[in-house]
Ligand binder design. Sequence first.
Ligand code: DGJ
Length: 760
Amino acid sequence: MAISYEKERRIIHLSINEEYSYYIHINKYNYLIHLYDGKYLSDISKERVSERYMERYSFLDINRSKNEEDYYETMDEDYYFSFLASQFECAPFMKGDKRGAHTIINNEIKDNIPITNFLYVSHEVIKGLPKDKNKNLPHVRFKDNEVETLIITLKEEYKDVILKLYYEVSEKYHCLVRYSKLVNNGEKEGIVVNKFSSMELDLNSCDYEILALKGTWSNDTEEERIPLNHSYTKISENHGARGFYYNSAVALIKNGTTLDNGEVYGFNILYSSDFAYEFKVDEIDQTRLTVSYNNETTEFFLNEKEELTSFETIQVFSCEGINKMSQIFHDLIRERVLGFSQNKDKYILVNSWEAYYFNFDTEKILKVIDKAKELNINLFVLDDGWFGHRNNDKSSLGDWFINKEKIDISRVVEYAKNKGMNVGLWVEPEMISPDSNLYKEHPEYALYPSFYEKPTLFRHQLVLDLTNDEVVERIFNDLTKVIDSLGISYVKWDFNRYLTETYSSHLPKEKRKETTYRFIMGTYKLLNKFTKRYPHILLESCAAGGGRFDLGLLYYSPQAWASDEMDISLRSGIQYSKNIFYPLRSIGAHVCERGSGSIQDKCCLAFFGTYGYELDILNISEEEKEKILFFNNLYQEFHDVIEYGDYYAIYNPYKCNYNAWNVVTKKKNLALVYFMIYRKEATKARFIKLKGLDKNKYYYNSLTNDIYKGDFYMNVGLNISAILTPYTSMMFVIKEIDAIKANIYRKTKQVDGGKRDKLV
Ligand code: DGJ
């Protein structure tokens, strides 16, 4: 049982496969105390745990202020309860706790007093998912038999407002999924919600550093380590509906933890707008984390009887280092989060953008299709520039009709189909260009306050007001008209600016600070309708590269374009960072002309993502053609390993001069290895030690064309000293070999120190 309750001591225990425990105590003042979480504990002494708060903190004890007698009556197991120092599940605001509240609400009209103190009322444990789960929002698609749910109901002390905390515990997927629901039960004037968290986690030490993914356009995700200290640390986004500052995935790493050893907490949210991870270390070195809507840009107003459910946060714990955390995330996201397409074809695509930008016509595209066919590419994607009068980025967003003077897409689709190929299209549905028919017809569809004369343009465009259902409907209808007429197999859904002046005139005044949230709800509505209507279309999300690489979008699209950066040295770091939290099959990766690195280097790297090309294939050399054909064959043979295998980082490029990882099938019969070196190094002995193989199996490797046992690859490793050309990347295959054949081979053929013949 993943969730148990001990009535007498009022202790709830969430446990995962006897690996992880999370204990909550309902204390006698009805606060939810976070007693413990970490490696599995079959039982807990809450008295011992609370003693760490020490007598010196008990002066803030609730009853102490009354009289001495009462005070001594409290000398029981909850004696050490202290606002200042106890660990909470839902910390109050403006009581003795000053480490950052879970939720802050205020009835501004009645009394304008935001003191917020939620106290326990009841709880229930459910086999499966809660009945009231809102399945219209991005959520982890657990099946009922994969999860138990704890729901704790709390009530604010003086306001008629209910808060429910949800903990979905999945032993199958080794994780918790947490979220909250706020109900304005009886505050007639309505309440302002200044802060609303999906979850809180109080830890009893500050011996951690944060691992976050920071970035900018074209360097979308770079691992950043931030030590915890006694100031506030906020990992957040405030760009509205996309952002490069910080990705929404964060880990908290116990000091000393490595890729394969030590404790790590991992978090990721299913939300694509402004969020905040706030870390606060208190005066006795405990750490609080709240994961909430970013209240710098987002506030809510709830009318009486209105309710609000937060986004979901996935919480993962590993005591086997960062790789184990990655594997838990990868399995869960791959199987229960990613959107899917009914079309099971394996696509290798060629996209027009990097090769032609806006400069194409029908004849050119037909030639590209001919050449793609020759290269065993089976999907052609026409990127930006096919609609309205768009020949540069200054116009036409919102005008979703084909520019027939420029390109005959029906002919292109027909032509491709006759060759057994598929076609995909680029769209940017959440945007509007001031130079468009749509803007002329409906200027009020753009998102900015109606009295603003000069809303901020970015890439010459504005954002649509998707808080308005009429706009969602209009865009959906316009898109379906064109898509229905064509019969395409793939759509790239782009988003090339961030939100500014994010206040919708369409919303009632008191709800305007909800605009960031309501905008993204509009996007989700549009995506819901789109994916229901086109279940066979493979959707790839994109935002000026990887500016919206998050689980909210990946819930609808099984893959997202990782970055506009094409130089392998940067791109390999970007992929490394994304691999920490996202399954490789979700990471859009193509081989492109731009940026340093040979075609081969780029093929090796892109192979560990969705794989495809953005090359002018009409102008490639014979040698490049051979390479492309070679890799396309490899793709058909080996790409399943990338899509479904277990990922192990070997070298962290942010800590050393190499980048390397390997991916192993669940059966451990096949593995693919990626290796890259950056700067030139003096000659030294270097061995790359592989991970995750079966120590008793024999494997052939394509690097040295030798056969060794799994434990040899993992403990001694493969000698790569001789083949380190700086700024190159390589991949090689490790393949299980029948033990008898392996022994025969080893006896007759094996010559260590022999030929080094890497696969590619
Ligand atoms: C940004 C994307 O990252 C590119 O791949 C391309 O689709 C352009 N937008 C088109 O405008």
